[in-house]
Design a protein around this ligand. Structure first.
Ligand code: AHR
Length: 492
């Protein structure tokens, strides 16, 4: 029996809904085909944006969407993506398959799409190959209300008033595809570029500095020391893989328990990364004003057989769902520092929540976890005390369960629990303190197979169900979580 004490009267801070953010890059079929099909497409669309995708994304209440990259961002010149589509120049997408990018999805299309799905836009600017002037003008084009060359150009292109733009990233992975810079050099570049990311009128921009890769603690140290005063957020990128060796990609769908275990073990590594980067941030920012922005996270496996390796198209299984649940519980539990996270990527790329094939669309197991966890958006993190038994495999071990809980503005308590063991259930007893519980209900995502997935032929093979095996008595909620399951409990 796993005993959990839930201190419902001890609140530990607000879980920023932006932890449930997404990332969409000009990569493979994320933007083109996934979001944008064009107004003349036979696929049902609203002004060129897929209707089915809009509806699915609205349901999970995506709070924020990052664009246009990724590595693409540091080669993207935004002026190529405005004005009449037939006049927009083509470019080569050198990072992702060397395909021709026609720039039909640009600034206006991105911001309109965000409006359609109800998400805040988060734009990543080009430091690697772009100029300070280009970045300054992009912000002016989007946000300036008065008369100016850029605001007038926006009006010429059909948008009279400005958009609101809260989040702006100053470069992406500038230690790698964003210019191969040293931390010391990028810190200075950041300071220079960020100076010209202006606040026009009452549009106040939250500036995000390009952060570390995985465990590059030196990067975080230097950025915090040299540029901490000029930033609102500092990013972190970490992908969950089967192995630390990039040449071993593993399959997204064909695996045994060894790769089930290694993926979840690597998902848990996010906890150490957050702790250690946050500790460095604490040294320079003890008041925790600067957010840790995990703006790329997710599983990264080999591509689906027969697809373009540069398109990073992978299937998604129950294992991805568990990895997502582990990440969300970590982010929730560190909501004092983690202010945003963006899964890579929203559609048709890496750990996607939606896959498309022509007219068809399916929702992945990861989508369903986003749907279940949306109850944590902007809720108050609650204090919990428990000791997880181990899930041991091949001489190694990880916690068997991953948990977080929150209370929403209506007073409802939500407890999200993942049972990572693929063959053993987990008996839990939650001792609720501080409130008198009246009722308890549950939702579950699980399947018989570790690699259960949805396909275009069977799109509802794995989906959420009501979890009945849970009981409330004497202010304790008790039940048995099936093996390999994600459970969300609602206690009123
Ligand atoms: O998400 C795919 C790529 O991974 C992004 O373009 C880059 O930032 C990261 O290395």
């Amino acid at each position: 029996m796993i005993k959990i004490i839930l201190n419902a009267d001890v609140k530990k801070g607000k879980i920023n809904k932006n932890i449930y953010g997404h990332f969409s890059e000009h990569l493979g079929r994320c933007i083109y085909e996934g979001i944008w099909v064009g107004e003349d497409s036979s696929i049902p669309n609203v002004k060129g944006f897929r209707t089915d995708v809009i509806e699915a994304l609205k349901k999970i209440k995506i709070p924020i969407l990052r664009w246009p990259g990724g590595c693409f961002a540091d080669e993207y010149h935004w002026m190529d993506g405005i004005g009449a589509k037939e006049n927009r120049p083509c470019m080569i997408n050198t990072h992702w398959g060397g395909v021709v990018e026609n720039n039909h999805f640009g600034t206006h299309e991105f911001l309109e799409f965000c409006e359609l799905i109800g998400a805040e836009p988060y734009i990543c600017g080009n430091v690697g190959s772009g100029t300070v002037q280009e970045m300054q003008q992009w912000v002016e084009y989007i946000t300036f209300d008065g008369k100016s060359p850029m605001a007038d150009l926006r009006r010429t292109n059909g948008k009279e008033g400005p958009w609101s733009l809260k989040y702006f990233g100053v470069g992406n992975e500038n230690w790698g595809c964003g210019g191969n810079m040293r931390a010391e050099y990028y810190a200075d570049q950041y300071r220079r570029y960020a100076t010209y990311v202006r606040n026009f009128g009452d549009n106040k921009i939250y500036k995000i500095a390009g952060g570390a890769s995985v465990d590059d603690y030196h990067w975080t140290e230097v950025l915090m020391r040299e540029a901490g005063k000029q930033m609102d957020g500092l990013s972190l990128h970490y992908y969950t893989r089967v192995s630390k060796d990039w040449s071993v990609r593993g399959s997204a769908t064909e695996f045994e328990e060894n790769e089930w275990f290694s993926v979840l073990q690597n998902a848990f590594y996010m906890e150490e990364l957050v702790n250690r980067h946050a500790t460095i941030m604490d040294k320079y920012d003890p008041e925790k004003k600067i957010g840790l922005i995990v703006d790329e996270w997710g599983t990264w496996f080999g591509v689906e057989p027969g697809t373009n390796p540069g398109f990073l198209y992978q299937q998604n299984t129950l294992r991805d769902a568990l990895a997502a649940g582990v990440h969300f519980n970590i982010f929730n539990n560190h909501c004092d520092r983690v202010q945003m996270a963006n899964i890579a990527q929203m559609i048709n790329v890496l750990q996607a929540v939606i896959l498309t094939e022509g007219q068809k669309m399916l929702l992945t197991p990861t989508y369903h976890v986003f749907d279940m966890y949306k109850v944590h958006h902007d809720a108050q993190l609650l204090s919990m005390e428990y000791e997880s038994p181990d899930y041991a495999f091949g001489g190694d071990k990880i916690p068997r369960i991953s948990v977080s809980s929150s209370q929403d503005k209506d007073g409802k308590i939500h407890v999200s629990i993942c049972n990572l063991n693929p063959s053993q259930g987990a008996d839990v007893d939650i001792d609720i303190r501080g409130v008198a519980a009246q009722s308890c209900a549950g939702t579950i995502l699980t399947a018989n197979e570790m690699n259960a997935k949805n396909t275009f032929e069977a799109p509802n093979n794995i989906t959420t169900k009501v979890f009945k095996n849970i009981f409330l008595a004497n202010n304790h909620v008790a039940g048995k979580l099936p093996p390999k399951s994600v459970v969300m409990l609602e206690i009123i």
